[in-house]
Design a protein around this ligand. Structure first.
Ligand code: PLP
Length: 415
């Protein structure tokens, strides 16, 4: 029995599928302690859009540490935080004509979601929040209440309340959106007017389910008409994962509240933002507090990432082109094994291949790992093989990883 088994809790998860001890990482590669390389098609669950130990970001971080820049800054004004806010306003908000106040709610995605839910309730004076089937918003109690997965919900230990599930786009055949509209219109429906609706434009953990732009626009219209705040949780799909910086851009909607985390820290460092229309900024000073709301090395890496990758559209275009390439490869795979129904899904570099069962998808991930590729499952039964390489992955590496994936599918589906 190793120290992970004897000392670390049973709750550990990713390490069970990839049972080696990792030591180094660079670009799209992780290396175990014996020096074996693994191509990373998981990218820290979306925290590593710019790859492992990105040299440009590393230089900025090393310079900052070497000059004894502040590391722990609570929410004090620091040079690093100022540079981040200025750069975010200049590079992200300004060009998109977005007028948002930025709150640092604590470092995790769940922190960003908790703050969004609290704020929506505070602003509207209402309690319930609508979420969608197969949504994933985090493990803290508020975020868990708006998360679908039964296993995760089971861990709560208390009732998960003030949350109402509605069918996500494509969940039901036909007019799934109509159900929600009807409940709001009908005084006899039993639905108490919600404070807000929280949505992912592409559900990552829920199985790489993509909401259509038209569906998102209808949702935004409904929120406006009915006085519900629209929260887009862009924790996993933001920062360019689907192509544009924000995943909601192609739909042409402007959410009232946006949650960001994961890749915003640039280097895989902890950072989260909750952003909202200035009129919603009704917080009293210190009303939502926390120690790790000023991890300054995260600001440094985040600022450098914005300057390096978001001052032009090269990364966005590259992501879209690579995403198309992955999409084509998955479509080919789906047609190559007619005996095993497979459905390719996704947008940008958030892709998935839905298999008939979680068992088969798990086997594909294990076969890929044995051949040096890290891929994980998603979806309610773990039936979707999820493909999320760093956005900066090289052309050769993408081709190599897709070939390994095809081989893994072949040995599982056509042994
Ligand atoms: N929201 C979404 C859409 C996520 O995908 C995740 C994590 O995967 C979270 C929130 C929670 O983020 P964290 O694990 O950093 O708390």
């Amino acid at each position: 029995m190793n120290v992970f088994q004897s000392v670390e809790s049973e709750v550990r998860s990713y390490c069970r599928g990839w049972p080696v001890v990792f030591d180094r990482a660079t670009g799209s590669w992780l290396y175990d302690e014996d020096g074996r390389g693994y191509l990373d098609f998981f990218a820290g669950a979306g925290a590593l859009n710019y790859g492992h130990n990105n040299p440009v970001l590393k230089r900025a971080l090393l310079d900052y540490l070497e000059r004894d820049g502040v590391t722990q800054g609570l929410d004090m004004h620091t040079v690093a935080k100022r540079a981040f806010l200025e750069t975010f306003a200049e590079v992200v908000l300004g060009p998109r004509d977005l007028d948002y106040k930025i709150m640092f709610p604590g470092p995790a995605g769940a922190n960003a979601v908790e703050a969004a839910l609290k704020l929506a309730r505070k602003v509207t004076g209402r309690q319930s929040v609508v979420h969608f089937t197969n949504a994933f918003h985090g493990m803290t109690l508020g975020a868990l209440a708006v998360t679908g997965n039964a296993l995760k919900r089971g861990g709560a230990g208390v009732p998960l309340v003030h949350a109402v599930p509605m069918p996500y786009d494509g969940y039901l055949d036909g007019e799934s959106f109509r159900w929600f509209e009807r409940l709001l219109e009908d005084a006899g429906s039993g639905l108490t007017r919600p404070a807000a609706v929280i949505v992912e434009t592409v559900q990552g953990e829920g199985g790489v389910n993509v909401a259509r732009d038209g569906w998102l626009r209808m949702l935004a219209d409904l929120c406006r008409r009915e006085g519900m705040l629209l929260i887009v949780d862009d924790v996993q799909m933001g920062c360019g994962r689907t192509g544009p910086f924000f995943s909601f851009e192609p739909a042409g909607i402007t959410p009232d509240i946006v949650c960001l985390s994961k890749a915003i820290g640039g280097y895989g460092l902890p950072l989260a933002l909750t952003m909202f229309r200035p009129a919603l900024d009704v917080w009293k000073p210190g009303e939502h507090d926390g120690t790790f709301r000023g991890v300054n090395p995260s600001f440094v890496a985040a600022t450098e990432a914005l300057r390096t990758y978001w001052r032009d559209d090269r990364l966005e275009k590259g992501t879209l082109a690579k995403g198309e390439q992955v999409g084509r490869a998955l479509t080919e795979l789906a047609t190559a094994f007619p005996g095993t129904p497979m459905v390719p899904r996704g947008r940008g570099l958030a892709r998935g291949l839905a298999l008939p069962s979680g068992e088969l998808a798990g086997q594909v991930c294990r076969a890929a790992f044995a051949r040096g590729l890290l891929v994980e499952t998603a979806g309610p039964a773990g039936e979707v093989v999820k493909i999320m390489p760093p956005l900066t992955i090289g052309e050769d590496e993408l081709v190599q990883g897709l070939a390994v994936l095809a081989e893994a599918v072949r040995v599982v589906c056509n042994p």
